[in-house]
Design a protein around this ligand. Structure first.
Ligand code: GCW
Length: 678
């Protein structure tokens, strides 16, 4: 992936060849930091760096790399580092300072911070940037988490890259070297938490918190620990009942609370730095507090009290909606659900609870507005949930670089506290002064040899980590950095890879469901076009296309009232046809096919044009990729070419199915006379 170990033809700077570690050498994370640096230097130039004392004493000092804890730095460096780190809020922040000219010191208040700083230095080494350039970097988000939807049988819900890295045949069973490499990848992008099992917790995973399985969970935690990554479990809210211990899981029944307290105590005996629980409750047939007439605050707080003495947290998902809806009821609206459920509970959740909110109000579609729950909750910790795995964005058969989409979400201004109330400020906890915050991503990795099925999908994992650390980074710059780290410095290669990545999300959006209406996929696996696959179903995912028009009226004036969940001026922006952005038009409004967009095109002509253009964009990607033959290793070149050619067939299918669907509905021909199947 991006931790390539090829020899660097331009060599390594003198300073890289000597290193000193400051701080307890038996600290596992510091040890990792030193080992990673040594490994990177060895890969780059064939020789391990020479270990030195941190403080050269009276001896003439030589350019070197010093790494370690602030408290253990030699005089001089310590004062400089202290000044540099003074304004950094997070304990995971690091500073890089020049040492004796071309040398560099990586300093942090914590071992994890040192590790992140060392990975920054490794990036500089690989990208041929000066090591000694001073910088301070502090993570914007305290929790930077990956949610695995892995099942004990080794399958992965919505996984497109092979089987689970953690489980096989109903057991915790893993290849330690492989998982260690995974931990390295994650630490190198700043991820500090991992949920190892699916939020849909089945029978076997329900037992993960029993004595039979905890030693296995602990072995996994042992692999992640030296990389500064805390392990979490998804839990089944009905565990006390399903494991046969109690007749009830009522969160207000003291027996249930005692049961969870005992479970937490047991877990922490095995895993002293266990992170906590991720919970999907009362959602898509999962059990939860509603069974007992209780609410989500009752449920989350019970678990939070069990974990609090150990420093654990509860991550409670806001993905709660009625999945037995009636298509004929035009007032009912799934998009409203998370807000309607959780805003009334604002202020009732304990401080070690975070409400994990999907970026959009529906479900990880290629285009959705930002969930109004961001800015709706002000007295509750929240966490933003992205989907790195490409369930609705091409299932890793289509290239779809998601960072530009995530950036739009992070930069979105909710106006909850006036201008500047962005989702990034809310998720981090900063806007409302919350004690906890973070960003989670549903993982896209499996045991495929290239981790993500499609090699270019590695860019999404990379970008997720980089943005969770620093949401102000630019998505094109991340793509550039990733391309150079992964494919080397040939400018033509870098240009082509970047071009493909940056064109990919707009292309995918263009040839799939139009103008924010979403879905139009095959039910179940969610792959490929099926315009009425979810129309008339119980899931609440409709577009209401008829012979005259298409789209969902979510206005306050005549629709479901969903727009009223946003703060002004966002509410009015979406409410009115005149101001609603084109790309979200059909999410918010039902309009005739002849409605004219801000772009000047009619809705129907936009649909036709986008679908033809989207396919053209894929043709361009294939050309750009072909030209790289001989410029990158043949294995990756051929595999990606095969994926792109497959994407072309799929894009054509999407184009034709969607265009024909709308042509049949409305009978309006393409103004440019292109062929549309009648
Ligand atoms: O969109 C749905 C997915 C489910 C997933 C669910 C969720 C894990 O299709 O596979 O279940 O979202 O986020 O809980």
């Amino acid at each position: 992936a991006w931790l390539q170990e090829s020899t660097l033809t331009h060599g390594v700077p003198e300073a890289a060849r000597r290193m000193a570690l400051c701080g307890p050498a038996d600290d596992p994370v510091l040890r990792t930091a030193a080992a990673e640096w040594a490994r990177a230097v060895r890969a780059a130039c064939g020789e391990s760096p020479e270990p030195l004392a941190a403080d050269p004493g009276g001896a003439p000092s030589t350019p070197r790399v010093v790494m370690g804890l602030l408290s253990a730095m030699p005089r001089g460096l310590r004062e400089d580092a202290q000044t540099a780190l003074a304004s950094a809020l997070s304990d995971e922040a690091y500073a890089i300072l020049p040492v004796d000219g071309q040398g560099a010191a990586v300093v942090s208040r914590t071992p994890a911070g040192v590790l992140y700083g060392v990975f920054h230095l490794i990036r500089r080494l690989r990208l041929c940037e000066p090591l000694h350039e001073p910088c301070v970097s502090s993570p914007k988000n305290a929790w930077r988490m990956l949610d695995h939807w892995d099942n004990a049988d080794g399958t992965i819900e919505r996984g497109y890259a092979g089987k689970s890295l953690f489980f096989r045949g109903g057991q915790i069973d893993f290849d330690e070297a492989r998982v260690r490499d995974y931990a390295r990848l994650l630490a190198s992008i700043g991820v500090n938490a991992i949920v190892i099992n699916n939020v849909n917790v089945h029978e076997t995973e329900t037992r993960f918190l029993t004595e039979a399985h905890l030693p296995g969970v602990a072995r996994l935690a042992d692999v992640f620990r030296p990389y500064g990554i805390r392990l979490f479990l998804s839990i089944n809210f009905a565990s006390p009942v399903d494991l046969g211990d109690l007749p009830t899981a009522d969160p207000l029944d003291p027996r249930a609370e005692d049961w969870w307290r005992a479970a937490a105590d047991r877990i922490y005996e095995h895993i002293p730095d266990f992170g906590g629980f991720l919970v999907k409750a009362d959602s898509e047939f999962r059990p939860g507090p509603f069974t007992y007439g209780r609410d989500h605050a009752d449920g989350a707080n019970m678990l939070a009290r069990a974990l609090a003495p150990h420093g654990g947290v509860v991550i409670w998902r806001a993905f709660v909606y009625n999945c037995l809806m009636d298509w004929r009821d035009r007032r009912a609206d799934r998009a409203r659900a998370a807000y309607d459920h959780f805003v009334p509970l604002d202020g009732r959740f304990l401080d070690n609870v975070l409400i994990q909110i999907k970026n959009g109000p529906m479900d990880f579609q290629v285009r959705e507005p930002v969930s109004p729950l961001f800015g709706g909750l002000s007295d509750t910790n929240v966490m933003l949930e992205f989907q790195i795995t490409q369930e609705y964005t091409g299932q890793q058969r289509h290239v779809c670089y998601l960072a530009p989409m995530w950036k739009e979400v992070l930069d979105f201004d909710t106006h909850a506290r006036g201008p500047g109330s962005t989702v990034a400020e809310i998720a981090s906890g900063k806007l409302f002064g919350r004690p906890q915050g973070g960003v989670a991503g549903v993982a896209n990795a499996g045991d495929d040899v290239n981790w993500t099925g499609h090699s270019l999908a590695q860019a999404n994992l990379y970008a997720f980590g980089r943005l969770a650390w620093d949401p102000s980074l630019d998505s094109a710059e991340i793509a550039h950095e990733w391309a150079r780290l992964t494919y080397g410095d040939d400018p033509d290669v870098v240009r082509a890879v970047m071009g493909i990545l940056m064109a990919s999300w707009p292309a995918y959006e263009a040839y799939t469901a139009p103008l924010g209406v979403g879905w139009m996929v095959n039910p179940g696996h969610h792959d490929g076009p099926n315009p009425e696959g979810y129309e008339y179903s119980k899931w609440g995912t409709y577009h209401y296309a008829d012979w005259q028009g298409v789209g969902v009226d979510r206005t306050m004036a005549t629709g479901t009232g969903y727009t009223g969940q946003y703060h002004e001026p966002v509410r009015s922006l979406f409410e009115h046809l005149e101001t609603c952005p084109d790309e979200l038009l059909l999410f918010f409004h039902h309009v005739p096919y002849t409605h004219v967009l801000h772009s000047g095109k009619t809705v129907i002509q936009h649909i036709y044009d986008a679908h033809f253009d989207g396919v053209e964009a894929v043709a361009w990607m294939i050309e750009a990729w072909r030209r790289l033959q001989g410029r990158i290793d043949p294995v990756r070149h051929e595999r990606i070419l095969a994926r792109l050619e497959d994407q072309m067939q799929r894009a054509i299918e999407w184009r034709d199915v969607i265009n024909t669907y709308f042509y049949r509905k409305c009978g309006i021909p393409d103004a440019r006379g292109r062929y549309i199947y009648p």
